[in-house]
Structure formats: C-alpha cells, structure tokens
Design a protein around this ligand. Structure first.
Ligand SMILES: [Zn+2]
Length: 383
C-alpha cells in the first residue's frame, strides 16, 4: 500500500513535472492532431454526403452568411465564401446553383449562335456596326459614370433616333434594317450572361454578391426593354415618330426599374415580390404599343400568328414569375429540390422559352417588313 501510495505520489510528481516541461504543449499538439483528424473525417464525411471542391465543402442553409439566406426551402448544397477560382470551377460540379448557371449559359450560347447566323446573313452589317459604334461611343463619353444597365438602356434610343432619321425619307428600303433585331439578341445575351455569372460567382463574398445581383437585375430590365425594339421598330418603321416615342418611353421605364432595383435594401430575398412587380410592369407597358400595332394592322394576315407567339412569350414570363415568387415546389417539400427541380430553375426555363417565342415573333415582324417595305403599306403601319 505504502509502496503503491509512494509509487502513486511519485508518478503524480513525475506527471506534474512532465506537464510543466512541455507536456501541455505535447497534449495540445495531440489534441490538435486529433481535432484535425476529426475535422478532416467530418469534412470527408460531409464531402461524401454533400460534395465540394478541395477543402471547400458544400454547407447547409443555417451555416450561410445572412446575405446568402435567400430561400429557406433550399436546405443544402450551398457554396459559401468560396474563392473565385473554386467558384468558377464549380461550373463543372454539382451544387444547388449548377442547373441555374447552365440553363442560362446554354441560353446565352444559343442566342450567340443566332446572332452570328444573322450577322453573317446581313449584307449591311458593316453599315450597322458603323451606326452602333458611333452612337455608343458618343453616349459613352457623355455617360462614363453611369452603370452598365443604365448605359445600354439610355444608349438605345439614340441608336433609334439615328436610324429612324435615316429612314424617314421617301426612298424605299430594300430590306428592313436589322439593327432592332440585333438589339433584342444583344439584350437577351446580356441578361442570360449576367444571370449565369451571378449564379456562378455570388457565393464568393458579400461585395461581389451585392454587385452581381444588381447587374443581374439590370440585365433583366435591359432584356425586357430590348425585346420591344423589333416589334415597335418594324411596325412603325414608316411612322418613326411613334417608334421613337414608344422606344424612348420603354427605355426610360427600364432605367427607372434599374434605379429602383439598385437600392441597397433590395437584398436577394427580402423584396422578391417587389422585383417581380417592377419587371411585370415593365413588360406590361408593352400593351399600349401592342394594341396600337394590332389595331393598325388589323387586315394583316400574319397578325394572328405573330400575336400568338407574343402571347406565348407573355404567358411564359408570367408563369415563370409565378414560380419565382411562390417558390413552388420546394416550399411544399423543403430540402427535396435542393439540386434539381426548384422554382428558380423552372423560372429560368420559362425565361428561355419566353425569349425563344419572342425571337420567332420578332423574326416574323422582320420578314413581314422585308416583304411589304415602307412604300406599299403606308395606310396599315400606323402613320
Ligand atoms: Zn436566376
């Protein structure tokens, strides 16, 4: 007993000495090592479960910083505070934004292909590029401080005025000008590309998130405004005052929409309904020129077909916006549609469908104007 007690005392003393001489450091190291192992194991477990790139794992909704908490019905597979390089690489891995990025990236590539096709078909492409570059560079010098969305929206009426002025004489046109069609294609590409970039890189930091989300809003407003250019330009080609009036009005509305959406309080989740309302109002403002066009072209055989495509566009945007606002279906089963099938992906598909329907309608408008010209149909074109 005594020996044992002595032994115990001795070993306690030794232990105390050992601890004093650096045992704590050793233990700390051991604990740290153990902790790292545990963390690595945990990370590995989580990666196996939820994925990620390198040491950056995908996280759950609760772990997100407040600026990324946009949709509480999407529970997992978030990238949070990732470096830009990892965010770019995540284009090729699965997370809850993969389909959002790809739907609009593929849409962008589709519209890029269509733009190249139309440019190659145009004999007057050099003339058009001359007009565009002149108008844009003049406007750029004036408005160097304006943001991109406002810049494009405000530059477009200038191009319009320039071209309408050139076409307002009595000389008949060989074919209708192609620039309104290209304005629509460019606006669509800008919207689809900014949307893709936003979904891909918004996970990087609060600062970049703030910038890209607003660029995305600006892109949507520019796309809506740009969509009006082919129908209004072709319908009122021979009554340019109406064309300039409508296109200036819609461009001014687009600038207002962008300004209202740039407000700092317009954070991703909090004003979803307000944003949807602003974009719907912008789209619905097209009803006035649409009724005007339909009324003055009542006898035109292609009117029904064109209107049907435009109605398909309107319906696509409305249904898509319905999904965007309601957050169906993930609201019904939170966590079940994190990677595939959630409302924003459905919204993206409807936006693409709407843009495609409008592309067909715009093409019909252009072909109609090519056929009737400006001289044979003056009584049916609103002038
Ligand atoms: Zn989106």
């Amino acid at each position: 007993m005594v020996d044992a007690r002595d032994g115990t005392v001795e070993s306690e003393e030794l232990m105390a000495k050992y601890e004093k001489q650096g045992g704590e450091v050793a233990r700390e190291k051991k604990e740290k090592k153990g902790g790292n192992k545990k963390r690595k194991k945990k990370r590995k477990d989580r990666q196996g479960e939820d994925g990620g790139i390198g040491e950056y794992r995908l996280v759950g909704y609760e772990e997100l910083p407040s600026y990324m908490k946009e949709n509480e019905f999407i529970r997992r597979y978030y990238r949070s505070q990732w470096p830009i390089s990892h965010a770019f690489l995540s284009l090729f891995s699965w997370h809850n934004e993969t389909i959002n990025v790809w739907t609009h990236l593929l849409g962008f590539l589709l519209f890029l292909g269509l733009t190249v096709k139309h440019l190659m078909d145009m004999p007057q492409v050099a003339d058009l590029l001359g007009h565009l570059s002149w108008s844009i560079s003049a406007k750029e010098a004036e408005n160097a401080s304006l943001n991109q969305g406002s810049f494009f929206s405000m530059a477009l009426p200038l191009v319009t005025l320039d071209r309408f002025a050139a076409n307002s004489g009595d000389a008949p046109l060989d074919t209708a000008p192609r620039w309104p069609f290209l304005v629509f294609l460019a606006g669509s590409m800008l919207c689809l590309l900014t949307s893709s970039l936003c979904h891909l890189l918004c996970c990087h930091s609060r600062r970049l998130n703030f910038l890209l989300v607003r660029l995305d809003y600006a892109g949507i407003a520019v796309m809506i405004a740009a969509s009006f250019f082919p129908p209004i330009s072709y319908a009122f080609l021979c009554a340019p005052r109406w064309g300039v009036l409508y296109l200036s009005a819609i461009s001014a509305l687009a600038v207002l929409a962008v300004l209202s959406l740039l407000a700092p309080e317009a954070t991703p989740g909090s004003r979803r309904a307000f944003r949807a309302m602003v974009f719907c109002a912008l789209g619905l403002s097209g009803i006035v020129p649409a009724v005007h066009i339909a009324a003055v072209n009542w006898a035109e055989a292609r009117r029904a077909k064109t209107m049907a495509w435009e109605a398909a566009m309107g319906l696509s945007y409305l249904v898509g916006t319905g999904f965007y606002v309601s957050r169906v279906p993930e609201r019904w089963r939170p966590g079940k549609f994190d990677v595939a099938g959630h409302s924003h992906q459905i919204f993206h598909v409807f936006v693409l469908a709407g843009a495609a329907a409008h592309y067909v309608a715009a093409l019909l408008f252009m072909e109609w104007r090519d056929k009737v010209g400006c001289w044979a149909n003056t009584e049916h074109i609103g002038g």
